[in-house]
Design a protein around this ligand. Structure first.
Ligand SMILES: Cc1cc2nc3c(=O)[nH]c(=O)nc-3n(C[C@H](O)[C@H](O)[C@H](O)COP(=O)(O)O)c2cc1C
Length: 397
């Protein structure tokens, strides 16, 4: 006959993990995020342009990655250390620029930058950020901060932002070139998303379901753009009034003259464009289609990467973004030619799921998964990734 004592010894005393600790993948963080923030906020992050084909294809491309492991290798110690634009980093990951970050969670950009600083990886503040260039430096001492610029109609204001980033000690300038005009983000239009979120009858009803999110919005400093004031509150209206559809490669050359540090051009999907911006003085490029948020049906970045890396890998540093949701995806990107990968949604899901702890969980998961993938591949470092360890399976007929 079993006694309660016998049973208790089998049950164990550990409490199951809760909150973001119970999320075991970026997908789990996404599921938790969906339950924790109002629908328009989740959709703003999760959604993309048009029919969202670029987004769908980007994530699908990572599912066509095939690993060819080497067996009988000593993988007792493993490291994913690398150098990103001249600075050592323990992991080939950059937290990319995302606008309105305090809308996802009131801890916003400072939380993301603190996690990046602790992990020793770079964080990129967006022009559309909700924390100022200077405040972020104070909030995350020691972080490797990059600043992302959109070239505005008013060049003097662009120049002013570049000067402030220089003055505040930002190390890398990232100029995004795939937003001549706003992409058609249909989820935002359907949800009537405004920045800051407006209290309507519908959103008041939503308060009941997301009380902590709304309480934080109401009790933290007003949600607004840190770099400009008086802008229209609908997203497309804002982009179209401030951004300049006439920007050309000459503007890039002008910008090169304004910034002494590494200059990275983000939003490149073809070899031709990559060559053009490198000739204009870019030190690095991000092979990116803005996470599918601009031109739907644009090239799949993982597929575009190998040819660009083969042609220009010795002339500039190549980063990759779009659809990266796991550490295995990061390893695939590096194996196919990227120096490092950039992520947007992966850390934003973490932020929405649990603030700073959620961002940390996302970065920890990506790191642990990448190290595990290296080991299972029979590699002890990123340098072992050549030699056909990773390929893309041909598309099924
Ligand atoms: C909510 C959100 C806001 C973004 N805002 C910006 C931005 O202000 N500037 C920019 O260059 N890219 C922006 N991006 C694009 C990201 O930097 C990055 O290219 C994209 O998220 C990569 O795809 P992934 O989300 O699948 O990782 C944004 C992306 C998201 C999801």
């Amino acid at each position: 006959m079993w006694s309660w004592q016998d049973l208790r010894s089998l049950l164990g005393t550990e409490r199951p993990p809760r909150g973001v600790a119970a999320c075991h993948s970026v997908g789990d963080l996404r599921d938790r995020a969906r339950r924790r923030v109002p629908r328009p906020v989740f959709d703003y992050v999760d959604g993309a342009a048009g029919d969202e084909m670029s987004l769908e294809r980007s994530t699908a491309a990572f599912r066509s990655v095939e690993f060819h492991p080497r067996v009988l290798r000593n993988v007792t110690s493993v490291s994913a250390e690398t150098t990103i634009l001249g600075r050592r980093s323990p992991f080939p990951l950059v937290l990319g620029p995302t606008g309105f970050t305090r809308m996802m969670h009131h801890s916003g950009e400072p939380a993301v930058a603190r996690v990046a600083a602790a992990a020793g990886i770079p964080y990129t503040l967006s022009t559309m950020g909700t924390t100022s260039i200077e405040d972020l430096v104070d909030a995350a001492p020691g972080a490797d901060l990059w600043f992302q610029l959109y070239i505005w109609r008013d060049r003097a204001r662009s120049k002013d932002l570049v000067d402030r980033a220089t003055e505040a000690g930002y190390r890398v300038l990232v100029v995004t070139v795939d937003v001549p005009v706003a992409g058609p983000r249909l989820r935002d239009v359907r949800n009537g998303l405004t920045i800051p979120p407006r209290l309507t009858l519908r959103s008041l009803a939503g308060m009941a379901r997301y009380p902590s999110w709304w309480a934080n919005v109401v009790t933290s400093p007003p949600l607004s753009f840190a770099t400009f004031a008086g802008a229209p509150s609908d997203l497309a209206g804002l982009i179209n009034s401030m951004f300049d559809p006439s920007v050309t490669v000459e503007d890039l050359e002008w910008l090169r003259g304004q910034w002494d540090g590494p200059l990275v051009v983000k939003g490149i999907t073809t070899l031709e464009a990559a060559r053009e911006v490198v000739a204009a003085g870019a030190d690095g490029i991000v092979v990116s289609n803005h996470g599918g948020r601009q031109l739907d049906r644009s090239p799949v970045t993982l597929e575009a990467l190998p040819a660009i890396a083969a042609a220009l890998g010795d002339r500039c540093e190549i980063l990759l973004d779009g659809g990266i949701r796991s550490g295995a995806d990061v390893i695939a990107g590096v194996a196919l030619g990227a120096r490092a990968c950039m992520v947007g949604r992966a850390y934003l899901y973490g932020l929405m799921a649990g603030g700073e702890a959620g961002v940390k969980r996302a970065v920890d998961l990506l790191t642990a998964e990448a190290l595990l993938t290296l080991r299972l591949l029979g590699a002890t470092g990123l340098g072992d990734l050549g030699d056909g360890l990773v390929s893309l399976r041909p598309a099924p007929r």
